[in-house]
Write a protein that binds this ligand. Structure first.
Ligand code: IFM
Length: 479
């Protein structure tokens, strides 16, 4: 009798398997080769902002160790690597003179990736605005949109001969709401009206950058944006709960999707937030800029959201600080969103990751199918998905992270279900390649498929990395 391999639930040929990181979370070397500080340098150095007082000063030394990190990607068989560029390395003044030494680093990184047959995907903005621009008003200053386009052109001019896919923003939701409403991210403002203006200026910056990228890139260049879309569900099918979920959906998803893919903001959203802002930050012509066509939409997904209409009981609990419309990025800390008077996010049942986020893989299928139904015609790519767990290094020196493997297995299976149902998903990027600086959580949360000893900087692939290698090699899951 001959042994047969177990059948594989295969993905379409050409499906891209990769992993993702971002500049401030991994690079370190914050004051070399002309880099100027970003808002995250300032924020992380402000006492009380980051757990343990952690900063990205050293991070995981990727700036120095990038060659070894690329070799590791190659050993694991990754076909794609999604990374972000630090704006303040390229334009230390935020605008104006280009710092060639900063661009050189990314050029070397791209060459190294290509030499190892790993396809680079560049994200231009993963939250590290140059501090000099914060001093000019940051994302509240609409001129920053133009500076962003200038920066996009500089990067595309240097890397566009070798990089095909450029993403403007990563998760503008976080930059707007966590940065300006809840204040748990840089620059730490807590002003609801500001967060909506910032969401618009981020959209505008995206649109202006799309124009700059199209002008600079060869015709084969692909332009995208990555959104952390929320799969929002009402807690019951009562009209009030359904309306509350629809409100959160508009505030979380449609505020980006509609202007970018349909050329307008939802009228209900403007009405529902009229007690906060008059939306006068939207100028004539902005929506034409914002809705310039893109080639692909990046979707980041971690956990579903459960929403209820306000009740006296919820109001009381929220007033006690426990039950704001919370954001899935800030774990169990209460947070405030514009329009909290219309809907509340409820705690959900487990299982949970170490972030306190509910694990529910099928919710990703649901989300992908819904986005495709609502916005047909644009291919999707899952640019982040993954889980933090309280990893323990075993006596053999390795992390046996079965919980993370189960998370990936479930979510990759959910993507395959969506693909089978006809959703055009072209790739998957595990978050994250390396344990790294998890923003306000510092180094206390580990998302990597590769363990990093933060004292020695030693990298050790976890079991999930080896498992993922097999998925890549098989182009699918063993059933
Ligand atoms: O680490 C972050 C990443 O920077 C953006 N998306 C979510 C991840 C986990 O919180």
């Amino acid at each position: 009798m001959t042994a047969t391999n177990p059948p594989v639930r295969a993905f379409p040929d050409g499906f891209v398997w990769g992993s993702a990181t971002s500049s401030y979370q991994i690079e370190g070397s914050v004051d070399v080769d002309g880099r100027s500080p970003s808002i995250w340098d300032v924020f992380s150095h402000t006492p009380g902002r980051v757990v343990g007082g952690d900063t990205g000063d050293v991070a995981v030394e990727h700036y120095q160790r990038y060659r070894d990190d690329v070799a590791l990607m190659s050993e694991l068989g990754l076909r794609g690597y999604r990374f972000s560029i630090a704006w303040s390395r390229v334009l230390p003044g935020g605008t104006g003179a280009v710092n060639e030494a900063g661009l050189d680093f990314y050029s070397r990184l791209v060459d190294e990736l290509l030499a190892h047959n790993v396809d680079p995907l560049v994200t231009l903005y993963h939250w590290d605005l140059p501090q000099v621009l914060e001093e000019k008003g940051g994302w509240l200053n609409r001129d920053v949109a133009g500076y962003f386009a200038e920066y996009a052109a500089a990067v595309a001019g240097r890397l566009g001969d070798r990089v095909t896919t450029f993403t403007t923003h990563n998760e503008p939701w976080c930059a707007a709401y966590l940065g300006y409403a809840t204040g748990v991210h840089a620059p730490g403002h807590t002003n609801n009206a500001e967060s909506l203006a910032v969401a618009h200026h981020l959209n505008l910056a995206h649109g202006e950058a799309v124009g700059a990228l199209r002008d600079t890139l060869p015709a084969t260049g692909q332009v995208s944006i990555t959104l952390n879309l929320q799969n929002v569900r009402p807690v019951s099918d009562s009209a009030a709960d359904v309306a509350a979920a629809a409100h959160v959906e508009r505030l979380s998803n449609d505020i980006f999707l509609d202007p970018i893919l349909r050329g307008h903001y939802p009228e209900e959203l403007i009405r529902e937030t009229s007690h906060i802002t008059d939306w006068s930050f939207v100028h004539d012509g902005d929506l034409e800029q914002i809705s310039r066509p893109i080639d692909i939409l990046g979707v980041n997904y971690y956990s579903p959201a459960l929403v209820a209409a306000p009740t006296d009981d919820l109001r009381t609990r929220a007033a006690a600080g426990g039950e704001w419309i919370n954001d899935p990025q800030s774990g169990d800390r209460p947070s405030l969103w514009p329009g909290t008077d219309l809907a509340y996010a409820l705690p959900q049942e487990g299982p949970y990751t170490a972030m306190g986020w509910r694990v529910e893989a099928d919710s990703l299928r649901e989300l992908l199918e819904r986005v495709h139904a609502d916005y047909p015609g644009i291919p999707l790519i899952v640019t982040e998905n993954g889980a933090a767990y309280d990893d323990q290094v075993g006596s053999d020196g390795v992390v046996h992270d079965d919980d993370r493997i189960a998370y990936f297995d479930g979510h990759i299976g959910a993507i395959l279900d969506a693909v089978t149902a006809g959703v055009p998903v072209t790739g998957y990027f595990a978050w994250s390649l390396l344990d790294n600086f998890e923003w306000a959580w510092g180094y206390s949360k580990r998302f990597g498929i590769v363990h990093v000893d933060f004292d020695t900087q030693q990298r050790t692939p976890k079991d999930s990395a080896h498992w993922y290698s097999k998925v890549i090699a098989a182009n699918g899951l063993s059933s």
